[in-house]
Design a protein around this ligand. Structure first.
Ligand code: 6PG
Length: 222
């Protein structure tokens, strides 16, 4: 496993602490790149309860992946964040939803113009995926920063837009949040460096795994 692994009781609370400490240490505008899924929802609801408009006014908000559905669709990662953050998202310095119809290259340019993806939040799927980088998919070896992708095994609905590993490696800080027993096997594979679990390929200058006891089980962090 690459990075630091912390076993915590409250993943969402520790996520908020890490984000607030990171952005609180620098008065400059910064990029926060968001994720999707149930764990992300809990993290964003917690972060919303602990931040104010002034905090958000320094943030440029981007996404690491998105489902190719309308932004108000209940499956959209933008909609998930909009629901969790509410009016705080309107206070952000800028907000950049991924729109599949506009193409992946355009989103790659947006990230480039923002100076990179900044703090990237990611999750872990039971199959070992992170962002929308699914096992066996073309995106795993893509060199562009952002691509369209789908799950070749058909376990995940919708075409996706996703940041790639080269793009994620440009993050200043990556936080991966992992909750629940359903992630135990995938997390074990990541800890063992099993690259058939895509999340085992994550890399970057600073990579923090926040995992709960149920997800870790009796695996030993290396
Ligand atoms: C998405 C994601 C995805 C997610 C993991 C974990 O759009 O679904 O970005 O990578 O973070 O699948 O999701 P859960 O927390 O729901 O298990």
């Amino acid at each position: 496993m690459i990075g630091e692994l912390l076993v915590v009781d409250d993943v969402a609370g520790e996520f908020s602490d890490a984000v607030i400490n990171y952005f609180g240490s620098d008065p400059q505008p910064m990029v926060l790149t968001l994720s999707g899924g149930a764990t992300a929802r809990r993290c964003y609801e917690d972060l919303a309860s602990r931040t104010d408009p002034e905090f958000w006014s320094r943030l440029d908000v981007a996404w690491g992946d998105e489902r190719c559905v309308p932004l108000d669709d209940e499956d959209s990662n933008y909609a998930l964040a909009a629901n969790a953050f509410g009016a705080l998202l309107d206070d952000a310095r800028s907000v950049h939803p991924m729109r599949c119809a506009e193409g992946a290259d355009r989103y790659g340019r947006i990230l480039h113009d923002l100076g990179g993806p900044g703090l990237v939040h990611l999750g872990l799927g039971p199959d070992g995926h992170t962002a929308s980088l699914f096992p066996g998919s073309n995106a795993l070896t893509a060199t562009a920063d952002v691509v369209l992708n789908n799950d070749p095994l058909g376990q995940h609905q919708h075409q996706r837009m996703t940041m790639t590993f080269p793009a994620i490696s440009k993050a200043s800080f990556v936080i991966v949040t992992v909750e629940g027993e359903s992630k135990r096997e995938a997390l074990r594979r990541v800890i063992n460096g099993d690259r058939t679990a895509p999340a085992a390929r994550l890399d970057g200058p600073r990579l923090l795994w926040l995992v709960d006891h149920a997800a870790l089980g009796d695996a030993q962090p290396r």
